[in-house]
Ligand binder design. Structure first.
Ligand code: IMP
Ligand code: MG
Length: 183
């Protein structure tokens, strides 16, 4: 669906479908150059990263495998606690592989910093992070993120894989959700 289909639920669009595709195209070229000749594995975090993974991969000018993890943050409410439980682990061993974690958004950074530490402990050749979105004003921990699509304000956004209560993931753009939807 498009932002105009659900206009009343949104406040403003941060990145349109076109802007996202253009940016992912640029990032894909940088990623491909960086890993030239190396054993690259793309690791996505379910479910938010499905769109980023699908489009980033298709922008790559060559073949690379993907794998997926699903995690849940312990703790109540909408705030990430940083204590993470693995719901679905990777299918394959990552020893000696160059792992690129593909994420939808870095908010507090707590979840991703746990995932990075967890993957780093499995003896990969390297672990880097690519995220489509980052909220610099929400950061609670510093994360070395090699590739960032867009920095956005500290607002609750939906679309392009990002959900509110499992809805809105199929919005083509990224937009701020109107508070009346969740209050
Ligand atoms: P963090 O641990 O605070 O960095 O956030 C972890 C997860 O919270 C992200 O991977 C998203 O799934 C979710 N999240 C954070 N901010 C938003 C948002 O603005 N909209 C939807 N989901 C979000
Ligand atoms: Mg996520």
């Amino acid at each position: 669906m498009d932002a105009k289909d659900i206009e009343a639920d949104l406040i403003r669009v941060h990145c349109t479908e076109e802007q996202i595709q253009t940016r992912l195209g640029e990032l894909a070229v940088e990623v491909w150059d960086h890993y030239e000749g190396k054993d690259l594995l793309l690791v996505g975090v379910l479910k938010g990263a499905v769109m980023v993974m699908a489009d980033l991969m298709r922008h790559l000018p060559g073949s690379a495998p993907m794998d997926w993890m699903a995690v849940s943050s312990y703790g109540s409410g909408t705030k990430s606690s940083g204590v993470v439980r693995i719901l679905k682990d990777l299918d394959a061993d990552i020893t000696g592989k160059h792992v690129l974690i593909v994420e939808d958004i870095i908010d507090s950074g707590l979840t991703l910093s746990w995932i990075r530490a967890n993957l780093s402990s499995r003896n990969p050749a390297s672990v880097e992070i690519l995220t489509l979105l980052r909220k610099p004003d929400a950061a609670k921990v510093e994360i070395d993120t090699r590739w960032v699509g867009f920095d956005i304000p500290n607002e609750f956004v939906v679309g392009y894989g990002l959900d509110y209560d499992e809805g809105y993931r199929n919005l083509r753009d990224v937009a701020t959700l109107a508070p009346h939807v969740y209050s």
